[in-house]
Design a protein around this ligand. Structure first.
Ligand SMILES: [Fe+2]
Length: 285
């Protein structure tokens, strides 16, 4: 049994006692999946992975779904998206400045992301953390009246960042080509969404892809979503995760918002990312 340590008082677990390069049997996986759903963010420090090993681990959690931005897929395994600020021969080797606003991954898809996993290949000297906000706690702390208000509400989601539609900004959602844009549709998700594995209610994607509420006038919907976002992203719900080289971090998108932090473009940082969807059997918890 590996020892897991808390990342902070509220949520998050880490361990240095699991080696993902070794075969992972059913009991070993149950231990990791249990820590993942209990901790919401799980850091498995000091790994040494090939693309194949990383991919095989990710697939235990659900079916990987390549990102709509397909310019930076790993040449060996397309399910791996390369996040990087490094340039080779003047050309970027990965997607830079991705997701630098609070959002939940793939909340703009009908079947959203169960888990996002990052493998840190090259860590910057400064910055490059991921900030998480606990949406179980944010939901629990709503007043009884607000819980009643949001209970029946369904938000309308689309690819993008509701609070930054300026294509030249570094905090806009990564830009899509016309063809990629044409594949995106409006989808519906409950605001007080029961977690598909644990059943516990969490506020879901009130920042990021939510642009409206079904059956509600636009200005009223936006003002409610903005109020919920202000509540849900307060400092008291946050934890800031730092990465060393070799660290794997995975997080539960159904119970968290997260935001990347901007890094110095001259301070090299590269991560591999795999996102798995909520379809497929639920992992043990
Ligand atoms: Fe993200």
């Amino acid at each position: 049994m590996a020892r897991f340590h808390k990342l902070c008082d509220g949520f998050g677990l880490e361990t240095s006692e699991i080696d993902l390069a070794q075969p992972l049997d059913g009991a070993g996986f149950r231990e990791i999946a249990g820590a993942f759903f209990a901790g919401q963010v799980l850091a498995l420090r000091g790994q040494k992975l090939t693309p194949g090993l990383f991919h095989a681990f990710a697939r235990r959690f659900g079916p990987p779904e390549p990102h709509v931005i397909d310019q930076f897929h790993h040449p060996e395994i397309a399910d791996i998206l390369i996040l990087s600020n490094v340039k080779k021969d003047g050309q970027p080797i990965g997607l830079a400045d991705a997701g630098t606003y609070f959002h939940s991954d793939y909340s703009y898809l009908d079947v959203p992301a169960r888990a996002t996993m990052l493998y840190s290949v090259q860590a910057p000297k400064r910055g490059g953390q991921t900030v998480f906000a606990n949406q179980y706690a944010a939901y629990d702390d709503l007043s009884a009246a607000m819980k009643k208000t949001v209970e029946p509400l369904v938000a309308l989601h689309h690819y993008g960042n509701r609070d930054d539609l300026d294509e030249h900004s570094r905090t806009v959602a990564s830009l899509l080509t016309e063809e990629q844009e044409s594949r995106m549709q409006w989808v519906r998700h409950r605001i007080a969404r029961p977690h598909p594995v644990t059943g516990r209610r969490a506020l879901y994607a009130v920042s990021g892809s939510s642009f409206g509420i079904e059956g509600m006038p636009e200005d009223e919907a936006l003002s409610l979503l903005d109020e919920l976002k202000r509540h849900a992203t307060q400092e008291k719900y946050q934890y800031r995760l730092s990465y060393g080289v070799g660290d794997v971090a995975l997080w539960d998108n159904a119970s968290l918002l997260h935001s990347a932090t901007l890094t110095d473009p001259d301070d090299p940082r590269t991560l591999w990312r795999i996102t798995v969807k909520e379809s497929g059997p639920a992992p043990p918890h």
